[in-house]
Design a protein around this ligand. Structure first.
Ligand code: MTE
Ligand code: MO
Length: 347
């Protein structure tokens, strides 16, 4: 059902590394839009071959895959451990755990790809609660346990395509977002759903910085039909174990057909609204980052091409550039949501 192509596209020497694209994204924001091109970082150095996707869970539970059990309450560990395979999978090679948990974007913990793993170590994720508010019959402050209790947990292997033109294949554990949201009974006025990340400057150095590229708390949003699409997922684990803080513990969104920045981490608030939420990246650079942010090789970022992506793990000897697929390869499931919309205008 899911499209499973794996092409090794040829790399043009003119192509800048996506690491430099990332540096550029950050510099651009800091400088208020002025383009500055300075030293480039190297792409992540090579890693071992990725594992067979079908063995993700085996690997995770055998321990041979270096998947540690992080400190999380027992009930949550058990919940994650109870996950069952789902129809959402791919036969592409999994990105190794070390890359998934060591190469991150979580600006609250710093801008370098290795900052979140270093700086989020002591993030407090228990107790955790989520405020549900806005256009909904059952608003309230729910403990994480209440949020998760009625739901079965499933494994889903999804591609993650960052707007910076790198990508991974990640085995998540979690719950269909639609199933979770329906319980709160959105009203007929609920046209959008907004999500907010924890705001805790005492724990999150990025939120204390006076040079911040983005506003906090981090806010993302979806149209209600996007939120209710079967692909949209709330993750509580990865590689068969609870989420490490750098990946958005204890609860983070996964929207696999959109650029990674829509997949907001460490969620503390869900708000149903009648109007389109003002989201973090749209506020920071509206000409560069749209509300929809659907993966689309036909619509370039104003400062770089979106035609290809660097699939991790890669190395300078094996850049692993592959073609980017429209809707990140999930068009069959989601293209209908955008029928009649000009995707150049609604980027
Ligand atoms: N709160 C918050 N959520 C966030 C981000 C962030 O900086 N802060 N970065 C986003 C971006 S740009 C990407 S690509 C993904 C990366 O998720 P991963 O580190 O789990 O691979 O998280 C997204 N969610
Ligand atoms: Mo991203």
């Amino acid at each position: 059902m899911l499209i499973k192509t794996r092409k090794s596209g040829d790399v043009r020497s003119s192509e800048i590394t996506s690491e430099s694209v990332y540096q550029d994204r950050r510099r651009f924001l800091r400088m208020g839009g002025q383009f500055a091109f300075a030293g480039m970082g190297l792409a992540l150095a090579g890693c071992s071959d990725a594992a067979d996707p079908q063995s993700a869970k085996k690997m995770a539970s055998s321990g041979s895959g270096d998947v540690p059990q992080l400190s999380a309450p027992d009930w949550l560990q058990q919940k994650v451990a109870s996950s069952k395979p789902s129809r959402f999978t791919t036969d592409e090679a999994l990105t190794p755990y070390a890359n998934v948990t060591g190469y991150n974007n979580f600006y609250e913990f710093g801008y370098s790809k290795d900052d979140p793993a270093k700086n989020a170590k002591n993030m407090k994720t228990d107790p955790w609660s989520v405020v549900v508010e806005g256009e909904v019959e059952k608003p309230g402050k729910y403990t994480l346990e209440d949020m998760l209790k009625p739901h079965d947990v499933e494994d889903r292997i999804y591609r993650l395509r960052c707007v910076e033109a790198w990508s991974m294949v990640i085995p998540w554990v979690g719950i269909s977002l639609a199933d979770m949201l329906k319980r709160f009974q959105p009203t007929s006025k609920a046209k959008y759903v907004q999500f907010e990340t924890l705001y805790a400057p005492e724990q999150m150095p990025g939120q204390r910085s006076s040079f911040s590229a983005i506003e906090y708390p981090y806010v993302e949003g979806l149209r209600i039909d996007e939120a209710m699409n079967p692909l949209t997922f709330m993750a509580i684990g990865v590689y068969g174990k609870t989420l490490p803080p750098q990946n958005g513990a204890p609860l983070r969104l996964i929207v696999p057909w959109k650029y990674g920045f829509k997949s907001i981490k460490s969620i503390v608030k869900i708000r149903f609204t009648e109007t389109m939420p003002r989201t973090t990246w749209v506020k920071s650079g509206p000409s560069e980052y749209g509300f929809y942010a659907n993966v689309n090789p036909e619509v370039d970022h104003p400062r770089w091409s979106q035609k290809k992506e660097r699939r991790l793990p890669n190395s300078i000897w094996e850049p692993n550039q592959i073609e980017t697929q429209k809707f990140n390869g999930y068009g069959e499931e989601v293209a209908h949501l955008y029928k009649g919309m000009d995707l150049r205008k609604f980027y």
